[in-house]
Design a protein around this ligand. Structure first.
Ligand code: NAD
Length: 264
């Protein structure tokens, strides 16, 4: 299937590693021009080089900046005003008992996971409206609907993304712009891989044993009973970004390995 993405300009926030990098790669392979983002020049340069060699595309560019800040978002929009596909992927997680989550963490999680995407959508929407075409995709999580007791602040931000995404889809009704959220389940990204490896080391177990235990105890409803790969998540995002997905908007689309038990 040709996703008809050739020449489209896409930005993926937080894309030097993990799910974001795989999304950038999937879009580049489909011919899109992709802007890769991370916080340091070195990480961004490395990811752009990796992307160019893996996708055979020379159209990858980089933007180093912390997109949880307004300054970086505005700087990005000045440098790349014509983004047509905005993938708000940037997100952080940290298991912490509720009683130990201070105000500062609640605010930081909101800034990084929610406000970063809100700002970018606000900056890029006027040009999308002028063009009467655009894609805004929020990378939320199954945790938006199944709030993890071990990181309620993270769950709060992922639910908030669903609200923003649906509201924005309503606000652009009748245009060629679509707004959706994608809900990955447990996915072996760099962040999750590091977390599993650290846990395995601390408990003197193999990473495989930790993975098995995780699905047995923490996510027993998973139907695939393993972490998804970042590429599996990226495939869905690439489709949603495509002109072919023009009737899919205002939706919360799952790539969660069946973790969420309800059928809809
Ligand atoms: P990751 O930690 O593997 O990668 C995150 C990327 O973002 C890295 O490139 C990192 O350098 C970059 N980054 C972090 N803070 C940044 C900032 N302030 N500014 C710019 N770049 C920054 O993350 P991941 O696991 O791939 O998660 C990506 C998204 O997917 C997140 O929104 C996360 O909530 C969501 N998600 C992940 C999983 C999972 O199991 N991995 C499940 C559901 C949803």
């Amino acid at each position: 299937m040709d996703l008809q993405l050739t020449g489209k300009l896409a930005l993926v926030s937080g894309s030097t590693a993990g799910i974001g990098f795989s999304i950038a790669q999937a879009l580049a392979r489909e011919g899109a021009r992709v802007i890769v983002n991370g916080r340091t020049e070195a990480a961004v340069e490395h990811a752009v080089a990796q992307l160019r060699s893996a996708s055979g595309s020379t159209a990858a560019e980089g933007f180093a900046g912390d997109l949880s800040t307004a300054e970086a978002a505005e700087d990005l929009a000045r440098r790349f005003p014509d983004v047509e596909i905005l993938v708000n992927n940037l997100g952080i997680f940290e298991p912490k008992p509720f009683e130990e989550i201070p105000d500062a963490d609640w605010l930081r999680f909101f800034d990084v996971n929610v406000l970063s995407g809100v700002r970018l959508a606000r900056l890029y929407l006027p040009a999308m409206r002028r063009r009467n075409w655009g894609r805004v995709i929020f990378i939320s999580s199954e945790s938006a609907l199944q709030i993890p007791a071990e990181m309620i602040h993270y769950g709060m931000t992922k639910t908030a993304q669903l609200a923003v995404s649906r509201g924005l889809a309503e606000a652009v009704a009748g245009t060629g712009i679509t707004v959706n959220s994608v809900l990955p389940g447990p996915t072996r990204s760099r962040g999750v891989g590091d977390f599993v490896d650290a846990l395995a080391k601390a408990e003197g177990k193999s990473a495989e044993a930790v993975e098995q235990e995780f699905f047995l105890k923490m996510r027993p409803s998973s139907l695939i009973r393993r972490f998804a790969s970042t590429e599996e998540v990226a495939s869905l995002v690439a489709y949603v970004a495509s002109p072919l997905a023009s009737a899919t908007t205002g939706a919360a689309l799952r790539v969660d390995g069946g973790v969420l038990r309800s059928a809809v």
